[in-house]
Design a protein around this ligand. Structure first.
Ligand SMILES: Nc1nc2c(c(=O)[nH]1)N[C@H]1C(S)=C(S)[C@@H](COP(=O)(O)O)O[C@H]1N2
Ligand SMILES: [Mo]
Length: 324
């Protein structure tokens, strides 16, 4: 039995940009994750196949994909963080307007066979990770989940996908961690069993609280992020405006803030629209000069609440100073 391989940090060369107050995150401010590097893709030679346990295998070139009826989907996009440190909050999160098509349109054309249970997504990036060579980036979802939820995007905030975000086509899985949203998508394979792979069963698994069975990292946790004040900000006396974003697998129904460890007070919270976006919250308070902290805690429609510090989606705390 060899020790489990140690993955490097996801992308040490690319620090997460500071999120702005925008509802839709500008492309330049969206984090970038690449485990195997950015592949060079020749758009004229690129194809997408739908194969495996299907009655009618498909191969589409880019003009064929772009000719399919397109629609928009705005969705929160969150990186799970390092799969080796599943309890460390990262809050690398964005909200993006994708343009593309539901995977269901292709699955229905390909006609899944009765034995098909899983959909495997593979990207064009290849390389080594955690000391293993010859890998590609592979993720999988149950067929029914993939049919219902997966979106195939070719535009991000209205512009063609940039190379680093998966040009020319990527999967987007709303309500799931970004690790499931395979970039540089080239193959979709229907299978009877889950694929054993670095990014499916070795990494990106976690044990749900109270269990000892690792599950794939899929649905996001209820979470919130304070955007203003920024950590360490110095703000003029006396009125301080708190603003942030909250998100979950379902609607966030309440966000409470606590200043200096005091009682939780409900913030004003934007309702969730038709799309699985994040939701804005705000609260204004008069504060005395000096150092302060503020914490945000979201609760969703399923009754999930952000836990105290120590979990990856723990309450978010920001320290700031009110000047005299
Ligand atoms: N092909 C491929 N897809 C990938 C990855 C990757 O390394 N290769 N990283 C995943 C991870 S961990 C995340 S969080 C998202 C990040 O998408 P972004 O870089 O466009 O923000 O892409 C996912 N899809
Ligand atoms: Mo990620």
């Amino acid at each position: 039995m060899t020790a489990p391989p140690t993955p490097p940090p996801e992308d040490p060369s690319h620090a997460d940009p500071a999120p702005g107050p925008d509802f839709v995150t500008p492309v330049d401010h969206v984090f970038v994750r690449k485990h195997l590097g950015i592949p060079q893709i020749d758009a004229d030679a690129w194809t997408l196949t739908v194969e495996g346990l299907v009655g009618r295998p498909l191969r589409l070139d880019l003009p064929a994909v772009l000719a399919l009826p397109a629609r928009q989907l705005t969705a929160v996009h969150e990186c799970f963080g390092s799969p080796l440190r599943p309890d460390v909050p990262t809050r690398a999160v964005a909200n993006i307007e994708w343009t593309g098509l539901p995977l269901a349109a292709l699955l229905d054309r390909a006609v899944p066979l009765p034995a098909a249970r899983h959909v495997v997504f593979e990207g064009a990036d290849t390389g080594s990770f955690a000391g293993v060579d010859g890998l590609s980036y592979v993720k999988d979802l149950p067929l029914e989940t993939a049919h219902r939820q997966v979106f195939l995007a070719h535009r991000m905030n209205g512009e063609p996908l940039r190379a680093r975000h998966g040009f020319p086509l990527r999967a987007v899985v709303p309500r799931m961690f970004g690790t499931n949203s395979v970039k540089w998508l080239t193959r979709i394979v229907l299978t009877a069993e889950r694929p054993e792979h670095m990014f499916t069963t070795t990494f990106y698994t976690r044990k749900p609280p109270g269990t000892d069975t690792p599950q794939p990292v899929r649905e996001v946790d209820v979470n919130s992020k304070l955007l203003t004040p920024a950590p360490g900000a110095r703000l003029p006396h006396p009125s301080v405006g708190f603003r942030g974003r909250a998100w979950s697998t379902t609607e966030v129904v309440r966000v409470d803030l606590s200043v200096d460890g005091g009682p939780w007070e409900p913030a004003t919270l934007d309702a969730l629209g038709a799309d699985p976006t994040w939701q804005g919250f705000s609260l204004r308070r008069a504060l005395a000069p000096g150092p302060h902290t503020v914490r945000s805690r979201a609760r969703d429609a399923a009754g999930r609440v952000q836990p105290p510090p120590g979990a990856r989606n723990s309450v978010h705390e920001v320290a700031f100073t009110v000047t005299g």
